[in-house]
Design a protein. Structure first.
Length: 368
């Protein structure tokens, strides 16, 4: 369920919100309440080595051309000539990979509005990557997982982006932050103005983080995508179907849609979809939700922290939009249950430690 994302520096990704960030810092950067320190990592999804190698194999000129072609196609499909509307992103750029998005943001062959749109998408992706870990930090008071998530995100970007001064400065700031956290994981690092985590937390406190596209707009894009898939299947002489075992039709695989797009179909607030489409989207969304929970459990099983699974649920829940939670059936009670589990387990661990036990022996009592 958690989107894989990118972005980092005030100079590039946060340039749109730089003034708001400065104002937020004057009131102090967000300081999540402390509970129990932990270094359990939140569940994350990364590209395989093979996928990364395939992306890196393209020369940048090819990446640039593909970014231009994709953007033109997206604009045409949306009936737009500009990806912005009132200085806000009005086009879904999620289909562009990190290198294509950087090409769009950095090359003068794209208009200033197109470059700004790419910057906004970069900001959105960074915020999506940090949202879950930030929620965990707020509960635990431990910032290590949040800075590790930022480091992993930056390291996942393309070679061209990593060579840019903004990336170098941001990665150095995150490295410094992780270094400071080794001394005190509960103290928010002071890693300088290029620290993307501090910028994000300041924007979050000021209420200036990016807002997702309206769900009705997402639904409109989903409708267009489905219609295009149906048209392609018909043109190939095969009937479109949601039956993956078909031998005569063309299978419409909704698992390739992102969670927010699936949510727009499931909720169908504007009546754009058929009952069959909403059922198929619901199945795909619940499969993603279930996979996220399984990944969170498997991640926790490898950890020595008995609160790890609760933290992973908190992270996943917090990274989802309200529409995704509603469509997947993740109610606020689900979050409260995870939070309660974390708090009660933390208290038990503390009591056990005060009595002379260790976390390892505590896990032994739990049968782990």
């Amino acid at each position: 369920m958690v989107a894989v994302s990118t972005a980092y520096s005030a100079n590039t990704y946060y340039s749109v919100a730089a003034s708001q960030t400065a104002n937020a810092k004057t009131t102090g950067t967000a300081s999540p309440a402390a509970s129990t320190a932990t270094d359990a990592a939140a569940t994350s999804v990364t590209l395989s080595d093979a996928a990364k190698a395939a992306l890196a194999a393209k020369d940048f000129a090819t990446v640039l051309a593909e970014a231009r072609a994709k953007l033109n196609a997206l604009l045409t499909e949306a009936g737009r000539t500009n990806p912005l509307e009132k200085d806000k992103l009005a086009l879904d750029l999620s289909s562009l990979d990190a290198r294509e998005l950087y090409a769009m943001a950095s090359d003068d062959s794209f208009t200033s509005d197109e470059q700004k749109a790419a910057g906004l998408e970069m900001q959105r992706r960074l915020e999506a990557a940090l949202a879950g870990p930030a929620a965990v930090a707020k509960v635990t008071g431990n910032y290590q997982g949040l800075y590790k998530a930022a480091a992993e995100y930056l390291d996942s970007l393309g070679a061209e982006e990593k060579a840019a001064p903004d990336w170098i400065a941001a990665r150095a700031a995150v490295t410094e932050g992780l270094k400071q956290l080794q001394t005190d994981p509960k103290k928010l690092p002071d890693a300088g103005e290029d620290d993307p985590v501090a910028i994000y937390l300041a924007l979050l406190k000021a209420g200036e983080t990016t807002t997702p596209r309206p769900i009705t707009d997402v639904a409109t894009s989903a409708r267009s995508t489905l219609d295009a898939l149906y048209a392609d299947a018909t043109a190939a002489g095969k009937a479109p179907t949601f039956n993956k075992n078909t031998t005569v039709g063309t299978y419409i695989d909704l698992s390739k849609f992102d969670s927010r797009t699936l949510s727009s179909i499931v909720l169908d607030t504007s009546g754009k979809f058929t009952a069959e489409e909403t059922r198929a989207a619901d199945q795909a969304l619940r499969a993603k939700s279930g996979a996220a929970l399984v990944a969170g459990f498997q991640n926790a099983a490898k950890s020595s922290d008995p609160t790890a699974f609760s933290q992973n649920i908190i992270s996943i829940y917090s990274a989802m939009s309200p529409e995704e939670r509603q469509a997947a059936g993740w109610s606020e009670d689900f979050y409260k249950a995870a939070l309660g589990s974390y708090q009660s387990t933390s208290q038990l661990v503390k009591m056990f430690a005060d009595a002379g036990g260790t976390s390892t022996s505590f896990l032994g009592l739990l049968g782990q």
